[in-house]
Design a protein around this ligand. Structure first.
Ligand code: SAM
Length: 321
């Protein structure tokens, strides 16, 4: 009988991350999105015997797989939880005081969902597979996508689909989704996709080589269900506060909304004013240096070998003394 291998996740912009997060001896590394441990494995391979690596993830399945892959390495500690809530977490603070009293040399945030999450039908992230309408990265907390949709009005659902999916047909799509819900036809990912296709038929888009019309709606609902953008700026600011002088923060984002928040936050912490008018009303403290003015995109070879990496952008900043 043929066995289907479990989904894997190819770490994105790996060489670029390794090039920009150069590790001193006995490096202290914080990985805010451990996932399946792809970046972790490569960074640990670069570190010496005294390196210590703290990997955080909110997804129990990801943590279990990362532990299976890297658990033999005593330099790695794995912590459960969302990075937004990490900074007050007693377990994090105890680790930080014991293992990294001077702060971290490198902090990595590889944002968004993993291939494991996207490709496991039971997690409910993908319109390609039939699965429960869930989409939670941490299935033990918060509302599933279906439960969240059930709390929306036509207007609030349309607003979310427009804001987080940049979907122009957000209003008719929201109406179609809530109609399906009220007619008891919204239990699964395919049901949600069908509601979108009732507004934007799938075939013409497919023929023209465009992305599936459900992509934007699924992205929007996933972002809201996981609160992906809500506290990202504050979390990055907290991360910077835990860098030692000369330490670096590397952030990989996957869509323009996310990248905009990362860019604006790092620029603000680098003392760069982007607000209205020519000068800032108050002088901005300058605690970071931008290592690259723009975001770093994957090479053509990487984009061809791993198409989901195409939209990824890496931004790197260094903590000033
Ligand atoms: C793109 S994957 C990371 C992949 C990883 N770098 C690797 O190479 O295997 C993103 C991971 O971040 C986790 N994640 C997303 N948002 C999170 C949050 N707010 N707090 C903690 N983990 C989060 C997801 O559960 C997922 O496993």
């Amino acid at each position: 009988m043929m066995t289907i291998p479990p989904p894997t996740h190819v770490p994105v912009l790996l060489q670029e991350v390794l090039d920009h997060l150069t590790l001193p001896p006995a490096a202290r590394i914080l990985d805010l999105t451990l996932g399946l441990g792809g970046h972790a494995e490569a960074l640990l391979a670069r570190g010496d015997a005294e390196t210590r690596y703290l990997g955080v993830d909110r997804d129990p399945e990801a943590r279990a797989l990362a532990a299976q892959r890297l658990g033999h390495d005593a330099r790695l500690s794995i912590l459960a939880g969302a990075y937004e809530d990490l900074w007050e977490d007693p377990q994090f603070l105890a680790w930080r005081i014991a293992q990294a009293p001077e702060g971290f040399d490198a902090i990595l945030a590889d944002l968004g969902v993993s291939t494991l999450q996207l490709r496991t039908p039971g997690r409910g992230f993908s319109f390609r597979d039939e699965g429960p309408l869930d989409m939670r990265m941490d299935p033990e907390h918060g509302l599933s996508a279906r439960a969240w949709i059930a709390e929306q009005t036509d207007e609030s659902l349309a607003d979310a689909i427009y804001q987080y999916g940049e979907e122009r047909a957000s209003r008719p799509i929201a109406r179609a989704i809530l109609k399906a819900l009220h007619e008891d036809r919204l239990g699964t990912t395919r049901d949600l996709a069908r509601a979108v296709y009732s507004v934007i038929p799938r075939e013409p888009a497919k023929r023209k080589g465009h992305s599936d019309p459900a992509t934007r709606t699924f992205q929007a609902i996933r972002i809201v269900v996981n609160g992906e953008l809500d506290r990202l700026a504050a979390a990055l600011e907290s991360a910077v506060a835990h860098l030692r002088p000369g330490g670096r923060l590397a952030v990989i984002s996957f869509h323009s909304l996310e990248d905009r928040i990362v860019k604006q936050t790092l620029r603000r912490l680098a003392g760069i004013y982007d607000g209205p008018g020519r000068t800032a009303p108050v002088e901005l403290p300058k605690i970071l240096k931008l290592v690259h003015a723009g975001g770093i995109a994957p090479s053509e070879a990487e984009a061809a070998a791993n198409p989901p990496s195409r939209s990824a952008r890496l931004r790197v900043a260094e903590r000033l003394p």
